[in-house]
Design a protein around this ligand. Structure first.
Ligand SMILES: *Cc1c(COP(=O)(O)O)cnc(C)c1O
Length: 374
């Protein structure tokens, strides 16, 4: 059946986005000096429940800043999941520190927190949790370990806007957290990110790091440290502010889409495809994306090919950190294996999950998957 292509993501920009961006252009405030930046920082940090928000150019930049703000560097180890996007690992490696990887939980797809303690050494500086795809990491055991061993907790909450852990906002639980506002996230600024913390000194350090390490009170153009230009523009913050006005609606829509997929794709369990876990004792899935894990790489490839042929967009799951050629070339993670994470990376993919999808799109995706014989 011929139909229009269904992309894996389409953002929704039909609120005050145009109005606020127009305001930037009409007033000439387009750089990071504009008034939407502090408004967006204030509103978003308040929403999450953190004292300070530092808006930056993207989520990966936010991770770089978080690592540097905590003064993590050569000789330090940071515990993090083997199954994640490269950004958190890259931030650790480029700071000169070493990622120490944790196997995944096969059901939640997050790192298995029971395996953390065995990996703590005298060099461990922090635990970097990455909340994956829709469910948060089980944070209480992580926070207990951090307290016991004197470690910092960094939350990569890039996929978790508005998600809660035991009723508390994800991204407000650690010492420092980051969000991304890439177009496939719950709210978008085109490109963008934010660092959040309750610690004033850390917040001041983040502000400095995003702005080339200009000294806030020193003579201008004299630098004592290397930073980056990781500033967000007023145009981006204008978009973000308009998006934030509707975040509850967006989350509701994502959850409704997730629930609908769960129902309509339930049949696929008979073909040994695994659906996302709907809820745990500590959280209800927010369905950042709707992922599936096939019984084999071959079965996944066949399903993806069938969807592609029918113009339905898909994305593979993340590729494991220990299997990244760039890290292997650096001599990292030699002979390390994490079978659960490797299986997720090979057999996992996700179907169209963007906020711009309508009911018909979802029906077509489900029907097309139903037509696949295996
Ligand atoms: C999207 C994402 C990032 C990176 O954010 P960008 O804004 O694309 O740099 C980091 N971590 C996770 C878990 C993500 O999903």
């Amino acid at each position: 059946m011929a139909q229009k292509p269904i992309p894996v993501n389409t953002p929704l920009l039909d609120g005050n986005e145009l109005k606020y961006v127009t305001e930037c252009i009409e007033t000439g405030w387009i750089s990071s000096e504009g008034p939407f930046i502090s408004k967006f920082e204030e509103k978003f940090s308040t929403y999450i429940g953190s004292k300070y928000g530092i808006a930056v150019s993207n989520g990966s930049a936010a991770l770089d800043i978080a690592i540097k703000a905590l003064r993590i560097g050569p000789g330090d180890e940071v515990i993090m999941p083997a199954f994640t996007i490269i950004s958190p690992a890259q931030a650790v490696v480029t700071a000169g520190a070493t990622p120490v990887l944790i196997e995944s939980d096969p059901i939640t797809w997050n790192m298995n927190v029971a395996e953390i303690e065995a990996k703590i050494t005298p060099r461990t500086k922090a635990i970097l949790v990455v909340h994956i795809y829709g469910l948060p990491v089980d944070m209480d055991p992580v926070l207990d370990l951090a307290k016991q061993y004197g470690l910092k907790v960094i939350e990569d909450a890039a996929e978790m806007h508005g998600q809660t852990y035991k009723g508390k906002m994800v991204g407000s639980l650690g010492d420092i957290s980051i969000f991304s506002f890439y177009p496939n996230k719950h709210i978008t600024t085109g490109e963008g990110g934010m660092v959040l913390t309750n610690d004033l000194e850390l917040a001041e350090r983040c502000k400095k790091l995003r702005n080339l390490c200009f000294e806030p009170n020193g003579p201008r153009f004299i630098h004592y440290e290397i930073g980056w230009n990781y500033r967000m523009t007023n145009l981006q913050a204008a978009l973000g502010l308009a998006q934030l006005e509707r975040i509850e609606q967006f989350i509701e829509k994502k959850r409704a889409m997730g629930k609908r997929y769960q129902k309509e794709l339930a049949f696929i369990a008979d073909q040994d495809f695994q659906l996302p876990l709907a809820e745990t004792s500590y959280a209800e899935n927010i369905y950042w994306v709707f992922g599936l894990v096939g019984p084999s790489e071959e079965a996944k490839n066949k399903m993806v090919a069938h969807l592609t042929k029918n113009q339905i967009g898909t994305r593979p799951f993340f590729w494991c950190i220990h299997e990244q050629p760039v890290f292997q070339q650096m001599g990292l993670f030699k002979d390390e294996h994490y079978p659960v994470a490797e299986k997720l990376a090979r057999n996992g993919f996700y179907v169209p999950s963007g906020l711009g999808l309508d009911e018909t799109d979802l029906t077509i995706v489900s029907q097309t998957m139903r037509e696949y014989g295996g």
